[in-house]
Design a protein around this ligand. Structure first.
Ligand code: GLY
Ligand code: MN
Ligand code: MN
Length: 512
């Protein structure tokens, strides 16, 4: 049957050889044979300690972390190299290289729903990128004295504490953290205040690199501000350089992106298969999340949009509390997070399983624009802002050809009308954050090993009298995640059905 190739999941139980679990097992096996030096060959600074620590390791969780890796897919050496690259980039950024440099990158702190009830912890992406450490409220400090060419990495972590560990589970502790995270030194977080004051005071003139806006951990923000004042250090922001690194993925990160995109794709397919009239948006959202988690994702990448009919014209609709009407289309915007790497996928399909004439016209119009935009990424390597201009132009002319926008308007007016029908950007970078590396401008041309979304849409409000009546009350978005390469772009979410015949072959084929 057409489209059946997309349906390799049956509620998390994988039924074809092209399935996520098989893919994951193959991936883990490859990792452990190709990149699995015997312990004797690992340099001393790249040893993974054997005991139980504060996060999964290859010894305690071999089903999650391949041998010799600090986190799934990423070695201690890669984390260390990232720190080295960052330090040299930052020093190269300021005019006086003869100053001391102190770089402070805080972990996220725990967030609470109420009283002592925590949310699921999500590490700060910048901190994770440089350490692989999943501990809340840890702090990475890198110190490069003016008098030396080398720098030192110090990781502040919570020390062992039997009472706290009784409640929260094991901690890594200072004795093991230096080895595990391959840093020069580990110290208790309680030492951070004194350490920073002393270091900044002793190293005048110095530059303190710290992201002062939107602090990742407000608990230490004031300490850092007061060190700045007392030590008279110059404040600089490390985030722009860091995000320039993050936006270009390493080979290991590309593999992680492929995995999260594959799991997300199959989970959208499953949501499609479970769609029937009368089912709730909430149930479809649950199918998506269940399938992601059963396939190796930690959780969703963001609260999903599951919007039937005219609700899809509200771009951030997340209430997901209505029942599906057989006359409507259903728009999903959802993704998953696997080892902190995110996918971000949108698809739109008919609740009945068969596109109506007018829905199909609109859907195919968005689909052809989306495919052309992906081609343009390969042909022209445009900046994402240029891709947005292309989208407005392509949408405008296609809508005009279909008689949905009037023929008698000039190009500027046409682009303006298209923009009103798709008021969001067509693309963002993707990776450790859904809107990844936000300090990298969308004005720079894309380059190999970036992952970007391509997500044109059309949203026609039910009361939009500028559009023929039969097209009103519909929201359509098609979003894929695309790896830029030296050659053609690779659609990492191509396991997710998007052709009309594939969608029609899948919708409603699975009972909930
Ligand atoms: N789901 C958020 C976005 O597409 O940007
Ligand atoms: Mn997106
Ligand atoms: Mn999205």
């Amino acid at each position: 049957m057409n489209g059946i190739k997309y349906l390799s999941l049956r509620f998390g139980k994988l039924v074809t050889k092209n399935s996520t679990r098989v893919l994951r097992q193959k991936y883990l096996r490859q990792m452990s044979t190709m990149q699995n030096p015997p312990d004797s060959e690992l340099k001393p600074q790249f040893t993974i300690p054997k005991g139980i620590v504060g996060q999964p390791t290859c010894h305690t969780h071999p089903h999650l972390v391949p041998h010799g890796h600090l986190t799934c897919g990423i070695t201690q050496m890669e984390y260390k190299e990232r720190r080295e690259v960052l330090v040299s980039k930052l020093i190269g950024e300021v005019d006086n290289v003869h100053r001391s440099h102190v770089i402070v990158i805080p972990a996220a702190r725990k967030q609470y729903m109420s009283d002592k009830i925590p949310y699921v912890f999500r590490q700060n992406s910048d901190f994770f990128y440089l350490t692989g450490c999943l501990e809340p409220s840890a702090i990475l400090v890198m110190v490069k004295p003016a008098t030396r060419d080398t720098y030192k990495s110090i990781l502040f972590v919570h020390d062992k504490d039997s009472h706290a560990e009784l409640w929260e589970g094991p901690r890594t502790g200072c004795n093991v953290a230096a080895t595990l995270f391959a840093v020069d030194e580990a110290q208790p977080v309680d030492n951070f205040n004194n350490f920073l004051h002393r270091t900044v005071a002793a190293s005048k003139p110095s530059v303190l690199w710290y992201h002062n806006e939107t602090p990742a951990n407000p608990d230490i923000h004031e300490t850092i501000r007061s060190s700045l004042r007392q030590g008279q250090a110059a404040l600089e922001d490390p985030q722009r350089a860091l995000h320039q690194m993050r936006v270009v993925k390493s080979p290991a990160e590309v593999e992680l992106m492929k995995e999260t995109c594959y799991i997300g794709s199959q989970s959208v397919n499953m949501a499609m298969a479970c769609t029937k009239p009368g089912v709730s948006e909430h149930a479809i959202s649950s199918v998506f999340e269940y399938t992601c988690r059963m396939s190796g994702a930690e959780h969703g990448a963001f609260p999903p949009v599951v919007a039937g009919g005219p609700r899809a014209t509200h771009i951030h609709y997340v209430a997901n509390n209505q029942l599906l009407d057989p006359r409507d289309m259903l728009l999903i915007d959802a993704g998953c997070q696997r080892w902190l790497y995110n996918s971000d996928i949108s698809r739109t399909w008919p609740v009945s399983g068969k596109f109506s004439k007018h829905h199909r016209i609109l859907y195919e119009l968005v689909l052809s624009v989306q495919k052309r935009l992906i081609e343009l990424l390969g042909e022209q390597r445009p900046a994402l802002d240029q891709l947005f201009d292309h989208m407005c132009r392509l949408l405008g002319t296609s809508l005009q050809q279909e008689g949905i926008l009037p023929k008698n308007i000039d190009t500027n007016e046409l682009i303006g009308r298209a923009y009103r029908l798709c008021p969001h950007h067509v693309s963002h970078y993707l990776g450790l954050d859904v809107h990844d590396a936000p300090l990298v401008r969308r004005r720079v041309p894309v380059c190999a090993n970036m992952v970007v979304t391509v997500e044109p849409g059309i949203y026609i409000r039910p009361d939009d009298t500028t559009v023929p009546e039969e097209f009103r009350g519909v929201g359509i978005r098609i979003e894929d995640d695309v790896l830029i390469t030296e050659g053609d772009p690779i659609v990492l979410t191509d396991a997710c059905a998007k052709e009309v015949h594939d969608i029609e072959a899948i919708v409603g084929k699975q009972n909930i």
